[in-house]
Design a protein around this ligand. Structure first.
Ligand SMILES: C[S@@+](CC[C@H](N)C(=O)[O-])C[C@H]1O[C@@H](n2cnc3c(N)ncnc32)[C@H](O)[C@@H]1O
Length: 267
């Protein structure tokens, strides 16, 4: 998810490319979500009961919200992500646990083993792959890496409500974290639903420690574009990649997060 936005909202004091800050923003915006963890654990436990079970493949693993949960529950995990800084944080947090990290594009996945029993794709990562062509490329690679009967589980969000603070809609509460004497605040400003995409725009603000005479608060915008996809469409694409449909699991909304659907396929 890239950082972009009008230049006037950028500031040298926020180092957009800085690996450390990349992890802080990722943790702040993704790390607190827990409503899906029980499902990933249940799927992993089921996969582990298969004879000769392989590690769990976590695609778009980020800084490890799901990988760490599964590894702490005793599963071996192969964590794949495009962003090296996030995987470095994951590896550090998972020291002593059975986690392998692989920095690669999920659409070009090419790992040594092709006998995974479970591939999880949490938190809408499958909606970040560049539309139908990117999803289909990933689905083919996922199928090639799963053993026959292995399970692919993709979380998608379909029920985001549009809003726009600049049009007078109420400003949602910011998520915040205090790290190293700086307060990091991330607040959604706008959700725009278009025919093929959902654009989520956030304001990210860093408030420096006043005691240390650091610069004044500064903000930038982060824009994430999710592909709109419904279970029926994902299923058509997965069938074309060689999967069979294995049902849909609903994760209800929480006070802080919208609900999602986890679409399951058998290889
Ligand atoms: C919404 S985050 C989910 C992070 C983590 N799985 C979680 O549930 O907290 C999406 C992740 O997918 C990764 N990602 C996006 N496109 C990718 C691609 N083409 N291949 C691999 N990872 C990708 C991003 O770097 C990011 O870490």
């Amino acid at each position: 998810m890239g950082v972009s936005g009008p230049p006037e909202l950028r500031s040298a004091a926020v180092i957009a490319g800085d690996a450390h800050e990349r992890v802080i923003w990722h943790d702040l915006e993704c790390g607190g979500y827990r409503a899906d963890l029980a499902l990933w654990r249940e799927l992993a436990d089921r996969a582990a009961s298969e004879p000769g079970a392989a590690p769990i493949l976590d695609v778009g693993a980020g800084s490890g919200r799901v990988s760490l949960e599964l590894a702490r529950a005793g599963h071996a995990v192969t964590a794949v992500d495009l962003e090296a800084p996030l995987l470095a944080a994951l590896a550090e947090r998972g020291a002593g646990l059975s986690i392998e990290t692989v920095c690669t594009d999920a659409r070009e996945l090419d790992l040594e083993r092709h006998d995974f029993t479970l591939c999880v794709v949490p938190m809408q990562t499958v909606q970040l792959l560049g539309g139908s062509a990117g999803r289909s490329a990933f689905l083919r690679r996922a199928h090639a890496h799963l053993r026959p009967g292995g399970v692919l589980a993709c979380a998608i969000v379909t029920a985001l409500e549009p809003f726009d603070c600049s049009a007078g809609d109420p400003l949602p509460a910011a998520e915040s974290a205090n790290v190293g004497g700086r307060l990091y605040l991330s607040r959604p400003l706008r959700v725009v639903l278009r025919m093929r995409t959902i654009t989520i725009e956030r304001e990210r603000t860093v408030v420096h420690d006043r005691e240390s005479m650091q610069p004044a608060p500064c903000s930038l915008r982060d824009v994430v574009e999710l592909d709109r996809v419904r279970p029926a469409r994902l299923t058509r694409e997965a069938l074309a990649a060689g999967f069979t449909a294995a049902g849909v699991h609903e994760i209800p909304p929480t006070a802080d997060h919208v609900g999602s659907l986890v679409v399951l396929f058998d290889a």
